[in-house]
Design a protein around this ligand. Structure first.
Ligand code: AMP
Ligand code: GLY
Length: 433
């Protein structure tokens, strides 16, 4: 029997997950809640195995369903009534509702962490305490709920300092304060005006060095590493402008040695998986290490309890083996291609600040590369419209990064929309002249 999978989420990350699942020889039908226009159009003919006659082709049907990612009851009901074999959770907000616990209580198979384990992302303080307790390298920190105490700490410590709201803040809860006034304003917002809620604030030392993302599939102590990727967090070229959710990503990383990789794998990812078991909340989904290679070694900047976005869009296309096995925690015989990959995000002008939606996007059919939809919707006439801050991601893979980069920029130039912009220097660290 071909498997039926439910993917929860509706961004570029979930589009890449659906794309990878549609290549699985075990999967016959994919539902995505709520999905997006690109995901809905994903239904396609897949070559089955090496056979070349037309009988070896089959359709993997993809259907978007209008259920919110946090509507656990409706999702559970859907999974039961449609005999879903496996549910894969994309966004952290859904994990933080406890959806995994709810599904498992009914014996439904689901890929993602329990509510308790999701604290590794949803609570900065939990993550910091865990790292200190288990000697996992990270920046020194203190946490505060009181504004006066927090500002006093800032006054007595060197600048810049890093202020992190202790809770989910949609990627906006981190401020790197270079001046006392900046720190003061951020602390007032977070602790006095409670812009994000009633959480505490973690204040940590400022670290320097290149950042990279190390994602692993984890089931208890069992770990399966993915290819390393680097995200580009700043809005504009030359890593300037405000922090965003990520403007592009690439693999393979030239600044990470085999030794760095081993260190990060054993001293950070493996150690964290064991620590979570010890704390009584084993991991059962993706552990994402946002790491930095500082002069004093590799350190953790943050953990996420899910696939990174946009890293997933460049990493999963490199997976050669069956992702259904990974989602059901069979980590044997996993294979990645030796190729590299790169993707550029097209975002609405004004993002990450205020932006307008509803602009027509043209030229998508002319593009000879993967296009993952991040924030689009279809207009009444079937046209694709912008519908978010990050709108599309164009991704290609190939033998070397120069070639892949030329390809992506060539193809992205075919997409026409008056309200989109993108960085023109993604993967600059890896490009050789
Ligand atoms: P986070 O949401 O924790 O990943 O933080 C967002 C971004 O802020 C990171 O990707 C880093 O670029 C930066 N950042 C966070 N913590 C630090 C730190 N301790 N030192 C320097 N930069 C940081
Ligand atoms: N790319 C960073 C994140 O997914 O949080």
């Amino acid at each position: 029997m071909m498997k039926k999978v439910l993917v929860i989420g509706g961004g570029g990350r979930e589009h890449a997950i659906v794309d990878a699942l549609s290549r699985s020889p075990q999967v016959g039908k994919i539902y995505c809640a709520p999905g997006n226009v690109g995901i809905a159009a994903q239904t396609k003919c897949v070559e089955d195995g090496a056979k070349e006659n037309s009988e070896s082709q089959r359709d993997v049907l993809v259907q978007c369903i209008d259920i919110d990612v946090c509507d656990v009851l409706a999702l559970r009901e859907f999974a039961l009534s449609h005999s879903i074999d496996l549910t894969v959770v994309g966004p952290e907000a859904a994990l933080a509702t406890g959806i995994v616990d709810e599904f498992r209580a009914l014996g439904l198979q689901i890929f993602g962490h329990t509510k308790e384990a999701t604290r590794i992302e949803s609570s900065k303080e939990f993550a910091k305490q865990l790292m200190i307790k288990y000697n996992i390298p990270t920046a020194a920190y203190q946490s505060f709920s009181n504004y006066e105490e927090a500002i006093c700490y800032v006054r007595n410590n060197p600048l810049p300092c890093v202020l992190k709201y202790d809770g989910l803040a949609a990627g906006k809860g981190v401020v790197i304060a270079k001046t006392y006034d900046e720190a003061d304003k951020a602390l007032q917002d977070m602790l006095m005006h409670q812009t994000f809620g009633q959480g505490r604030v973690v204040i940590e030392d400022y670290l320097e060095g290149p950042e990279f993302s190390f994602m692993c599939f984890v089931n208890g102590a069992d770990i399966c590493p993915m290819i390393l990727a680097q995200d580009h967090k700043r809005a504009y070229d030359g890593d300037s402008g405000p922090n965003t959710g990520g403007m592009g990503a690439y693999t393979v990383l030239p600044f990470i040695t085999q030794e760095d990789y081993q260190y990060a794998y054993t001293e950070i990812l493996q150690k964290t998986a064991s620590a979570m078991i010890n704390e009584g909340c084993p991991l059962s989904g993706v552990l994402y290490g946002g790491l930095m290679k500082t002069r004093d070694g590799i350190k953790v900047i943050e953990f996420n309890a899910r696939f990174g976005d946009p890293e997933t869009e460049v990493v999963l296309p490199l997976l050669e083996s069956d992702i259904y096995n990974l989602f059901t925690f069979d980590f044997s015989n996993v294979q990645w291609t030796k190729k590299c990959s790169m993707g550029v995000v097209m975002a609405s002008k004004g993002y990450p600040g205020k932006y307008e939606k509803g602009y027509v996007i043209e030229g998508l059919d002319d593009v000879d590369a993967k296009i993952y939809h991040m924030g689009t919707r279809s207009g009444s006439d079937g046209k694709v419209l912008t519908d978010g801050g990050r709108v599309l991601m164009v991704v290609a893979t190939g033998q070397n990064i120069n070639e892949v980069r030329n390809k992506v920029y060539n193809e992205i130039g075919k997409i026409r929309c008056e309200n989109l912009f993108y960085r023109s220097d993604i993967a600059y660290q890896a490009i050789t002249n």
